[in-house]
Design a protein around this ligand. Structure first.
Ligand code: PLP
Length: 422
């Protein structure tokens, strides 16, 4: 039998760190990764054949769980007709229409292959459109791994404590201005100093890459007003929150319309996808109708489009409010169980996203997230996994619930927590 340990040893000889994305290596939780053989509904199965309740869900895309019957059916039907044409296909229009109808700030949308491509292209468009150089990003927000965003990014970069990263010229990040999440005064100061040269403010409307951090009352509204006042664009990176926080995205949930929106994850239904969209007047600056170049050999790929379409169609009739209540109940029950064991726990949750922070203070920005007990998180992670509950292997990530998890899985998760020892 091949097991995860053997596979990881072999993988490390062939792939840097044995993984194709750093957090998967489980370094910060001081263990080895599981190799996953298959997934079904709310479960994944390791190469050892062991079943786990999955709260990672491929880092967010699988809001309908693994191998949802509708998604599987759509993929099989599309597969029969070929996998890629490098020419327009009708499925691209169908997904574009679903997105435009759902997301308030999107009138036109361009498909790409990953969230990274979406944010990178949106910023290029913002710079091309405004003819300005600088962008404002928030410390601990992650917008993919394009050069200009890798100054104080969250997620994997945060986990590994890489200060930015080698390989990026200072000049490249010199145009990236940083502010603390939820600190409008800092943003206003940046605008006072550099206002005429700020092309865009990019923000996760709910931060999901330093653990879940909610925007405080007035924060997103304040960004909307400041960007209007200075003629900059507001970009919502909704790669996680799009179709996750609400079918209308976080922008529909909070009632704030950005100029550009980045999507990914859920809109690909588990296949590699990204998209960026916004006001028609801005989007028409993209080639071939405008001068800002952006392209992709596999963009609008029929398999990815059909998985996305099938997913969004199921989501149209899914009860987001109910899932939010169920998620809150699960997270608060976990908190209660852990507090009885003498731990300090904060719960941040919205919709089907939740993070447990091991601290006694509220967590509203990245410095506060970093101040939490990493060792306790690591032990929590390892012990939960031992008992068949699969959480994200980093204190700076979100756990995701899905529409196919049931009371049975949640109860099993709570029983696992009851058995923990610290
Ligand atoms: C995952 C993520 C990205 C990057 O998407 P990839 O598909 O991994 O390139 C960008 N922004 C946010 C908010 C994300 O969570």
């Amino acid at each position: 039998m091949t097991d995860s340990k053997q596979l990881f040893a072999k993988a490390k000889e062939l792939i840097p760190g044995g993984v194709n994305s750093p957090v998967r290596a489980c370094l910060s939780v001081q263990t080895d990764p599981l190799f996953i053989a298959r997934g079904e509904g709310p479960f994944i199965y390791s190469e050892e054949g062991r079943r786990y309740i999955d709260y990672v869900l491929s880092w967010g895309p699988l809001i309908l769980g693994h191998l949802h019957p509708e998604v599987k059916k759509a993929l099989l039907e599309t597969l029969e007709k070929g996998t890629s044409f490098g020419a327009p296909c009708a499925l691209e229009i169908e997904l574009a229409e679903l997105i435009v109808d759902a997301i308030p700030g999107i009138e036109m949308v361009r498909m790409v292959n990953s969230g990274t491509e979406a944010t990178m292209s949106a910023v290029r468009l913002a710079r091309g459109y405004t003819k300005r150089k600088k962008i404002v990003k928030f410390i601990g927000c992650y917008h993919g791994h394009a050069d200009s965003f890798l100054a104080s990014a969250g997620s994997g970069v945060a986990t590994l404590s890489i200060p930015g990263t080698p390989g990026i010229p200072e000049e490249t990040v010199a145009h990236t201005l940083l502010a603390e999440y939820n600190d409008l005064d800092q943003v206003e100061d940046l605008f006072k100093r550099y206002g005429d040269d700020i092309a865009a403010v990019i923000v996760e409307p709910v931060a999901g890459n330093m653990g879940v951090i909610l925007p405080e009352e007035g924060f997103l509204q304040g960004l909307r007003e400041l960007t209007f006042r200075y003629g900059s664009l507001l970009i919502f990176d909704e790669v996680i929150t799009g179709f996750r926080v609400d079918y209308r995205g976080a922008q529909g949930y909070f009632g704030i319309e950005p100029d550009l929106t980045c999507l990914g994850k859920i809109i690909g239904g588990g296949l590699p996808v990204g998209a960026y969209g916004g006001k028609k007047q801005i989007m028409e600056h993209i080639a071939p109708c405008g001068p800002v170049y952006q392209a992709g050999t596999l963009s609008g790929n029929p398999l990815a489009m059909s998985a996305g379409i099938a997913t969004l169609k199921v989501l149209q009739t899914s009860d987001y409010k109910l899932l939010a209540e169920q998620t809150k109940k699960l997270a608060l029950s976990l908190k209660e169980i852990l507090e009885k064991k003498g731990l300090d726990v904060q719960v941040n949750t919205i919709s089907s996203m939740f993070t447990l922070f091991f601290t006694d203070k509220p967590v509203k920005n990245f410095s506060q997230a970093k101040a939490c007990e990493q060792e306790i998180f690591a032990s929590f992670y390892r012990q939960m996994r031992k008992q068949g509950v699969y959480l994200a292997p980093s204190a700076f990530e979100t756990s995701f619930n899905s529409f196919v998890h049931t009371e049975q899985e949640w109860q099993e998760t709570l029983r696992a927590a009851e058995a923990l020892e610290f």
